[in-house]
Design a protein around this ligand. Structure first.
Ligand code: AMP
Ligand code: GLY
Length: 417
């Protein structure tokens, strides 16, 4: 079989590594990919948002199956476009990807179908949003409605901060059109859990739970990033909570989407907060998480391609999704300065013994040598029977990796122990 994978980050590298375990896979093209994946896949210089370029490539290369993972091509309708030229695809169609692409859509869906989430109001007029902020409880959370690279969320501890956030999104257009509508919502407290799931629109099978670390510095300080590390499983997510989430959140969500004529197939990712009033949805993502995927897939014992095709065909079987009992940890090594300005182009050194534990997010080839080419450069994976072992393993492995200007958090998973 010939596959294409759309995207370029660590999530895609993890997916490709797992897909390659299937002996029927002859070749994987990754559009555009990064040089760190070149042993497993052929990188093709077509952007993930170039929907026409992607479909043209897939058609002319007689691709058998496509995997679309980043949010923007999904929101742009990459799956619909590939289906239209006869290529089956992993991922939701555009009308279902809206569950991530519009926060107000997601919030209204949850309100209408009684799915627990923070209470909220939606505003498309700045005056009304500012008036609301004069009286609402503080802290309060301000969210740009559209896709904003994970940066469109402000937790305001004062009214002043809340007003500034609204002005920056609605007046100064800090996130472009994504912020012309804002969601203002109740501030929730409790441990956060990421649960990715496979679904064919009717059956939903959760993957092992995980925990992201979004802030740049230890102790959850510093700026918000795309994620500085993950662990799986998440110990706050007990079997009792898992059952409650299945009944009050997961199944109601896919049923709601189906009832709206927006059947969701692919990976539906639930970002949850375990509040004292029970689990609540922080947000939905219409795709695998990054870097959650880097810890979830190493624990998947089953064949990924088989599961993906079942979600596409509407034949998902829970018994085909089996996870190992162990634990995994991913420590992201980033370029000094990320998520702000950083330098790139520095050679990456990885000892042979840990080669299989490295997931590349931002690497390029320069004179035949792998060099840094992004804020998040790579993820170092640790595995173990317990979380403690997995975390230790990951940090030991980081000692076998070096590049100039590298930094990483020293406390990934600490909260979980
Ligand atoms: P999001 O991009 O929606 O996942 O939000 C980014 C982060 O902001 C989340 O991981 C939470 O830590 C935090 N956050 C989002 N919504 C809320 C909320 N209603 N209450 C408290 N924290 C929130
Ligand atoms: N790890 C957060 C995300 O993928 O959105």
């Amino acid at each position: 079989m010939k596959l294409i994978v759309i995207g370029s980050g660590g999530r895609e590298h993890s997916i490709i590594r797992k897909l390659k375990e299937n002996p029927e896979v002859e070749v994987i093209y990754v559009l555009p990919g990064n040089a760190g994946m070149r042993d497993l896949a052929e990188c093709v210089n077509i952007k993930a948002t170039d929907i026409e370029g992607i479909t043209e490539f897939a058609r002319t290369h007689e691709i058998d199956y496509a995997v679309v993972t980043p949010d923007d091509p999904l929101a742009l309708g990459a799956v619909d476009a590939l289906n239209a030229v006869g290529i089956p695809c992993f991922g939701p169609k555009k009308n279902a990807a809206i569950i991530e692409a519009s926060k107000s859509f997601a919030k209204d869906l949850m309100r209408r179908y009684g799915i627990p989430t923070a209470s909220y109001e939606v505003f498309s007029e700045m005056e009304a949003a500012l008036a609301y902020i004069d009286t609402c409880p503080i802290p309060v959370v301000i969210k740009a409605d559209g896709l904003a690279l994970g940066k469109g969320v402000v937790i305001a501890k004062t009214r002043e901060e809340a007003r500034n956030a609204v002005c920056s999104m609605m007046q100064d257009k800090a996130f472009g059109d994504a912020g012309s509508t804002v969601v203002i919502e109740e501030f929730l407290e409790g441990p956060e859990v990421s649960v990715l799931s496979f679904t064919d629109g009717r059956t939903l099978v959760p993957m092992v739970s995980s925990m992201d670390h979004k802030r740049a510095m230890d102790n959850d300080e510093g700026a918000n990033t795309g994620g500085m590390g993950t662990i799986a499983p998440n110990p706050f997510y007990t079997p009792e909570i898992a059952e409650e989430c299945m009944n009050t959140i997961f199944l109601p969500t896919i049923r709601a989407m189906a009832a709206e004529g927006r059947e969701f197939r692919g990976c539906l990712y639930f970002s949850l907060m375990l509040t004292k009033d029970g689990p609540k949805v922080i947000e939905y993502n219409c795709r695998f998480g990054d870097p959650e995927t880097q810890v979830v897939l190493p624990l998947l014992k089953s064949d990924l391609l088989t599961i993906m095709k079942e979600t596409t065909d509407g034949t998902l079987k829970p018994e085909d999704v089996v996870f190992a009992d162990g634990a995994a940890c991913c420590v992201i090594m980033a370029s000094q300065g990320y998520p702000g300005k950083y330098e790139k182009g520095y050679p990456i050194h990885v000892e042979e013994s840990v080669k299989d534990r490295i997931i590349y997010a931002g690497a390029a080839l320069k004179d035949g040598e792998l060099v840094t080419n992004g804020g998040r450069v790579l993820g170092v994976i640790g595995l173990g029977n317990t979380l403690k072992e997995a975390i230790q393993d990951a940090y030991q492995n980081t000692e076998k990796v070096s590049f100039a200007n590298a930094f990483f958090r020293r406390d990934i998973g600490k909260k979980a122990l």
